[in-house]
Design a protein around this ligand. Structure first.
Ligand code: FES
Ligand code: FES
Length: 172
């Protein structure tokens, strides 16, 4: 901040507060300065170019921005980037690294569950987290667990079928 004594006005020249962030994104160590008020969604998309994570409502209501933090789904639009310090984040770009995530993606495509595609990354990551957390999960529990992820295009019939098919294959 500088004080201009000539006209008695006060002018701020201070850069926004930043935080030195260490985390792992899709298995890669990341170290960056990031503004303390920056959302994780913005950090992923704007700083790291990981645009597979979609922003829609930006209010924590739709789930389109879902990422996994240490394997747990979070809405990245209402999560500060600083909250992932020392933690591991998975986005849709880092997802298809083994067979099980690929099954989910395949079933979404097979059933026509991807129209505009805005909801798809969040749905897939949430479903994966639920299936990983509980290998005994029932079909009903899986579908109920997806309630926070909204799709504005499909009417859900195809998505539910994709979840059923993926569950059957992944829990074999
Ligand atoms: S964009 Fe984050 S919950 Fe809707
Ligand atoms: S496919 Fe468009 S919001 Fe789900």
């Amino acid at each position: 901040m500088s004080l201009n004594t000539n006209d008695n006005t006060t002018e701020s020249t201070t850069a926004p507060d930043t935080f030195h962030l260490h985390c792992t994104i899709n298995g890669q160590p990341i170290e960056r300065d990031v503004e303390v008020d920056r959302s994780l969604l913005s950090f992923l998309r704007d700083d790291l170019g990981l645009t597979g994570t979609k922003g829609s409502c930006l209010e924590g209501e739709c789930g389109s921005c879902t990422v996994l933090i240490d394997g747990v789904p979070f809405n990245s639009c209402v999560t500060l980037a600083g909250r992932v310090n020392g933690r591991s984040v998975t986005t849709i770009e880092g997802f298809a690294q083994d067979d099980k995530p690929a099954i989910l993606q395949e079933k979404f495509l097979e059933t026509g569950s991807v129209q505009c595609g805005y909801c798809s990354p969040g749905l897939i990551l949430t479903a994966y987290a639920l299936l990983q957390a509980n290998p005994e999960i029932t079909e009903e529990e899986l579908i109920k667990g997806m309630e926070a992820n909204i799709c504005r295009c499909t009417g859900y019939t195809a998505i539910i079928e994709a979840l059923r098919r993926a569950r059957r294959e992944m829990l074999k």
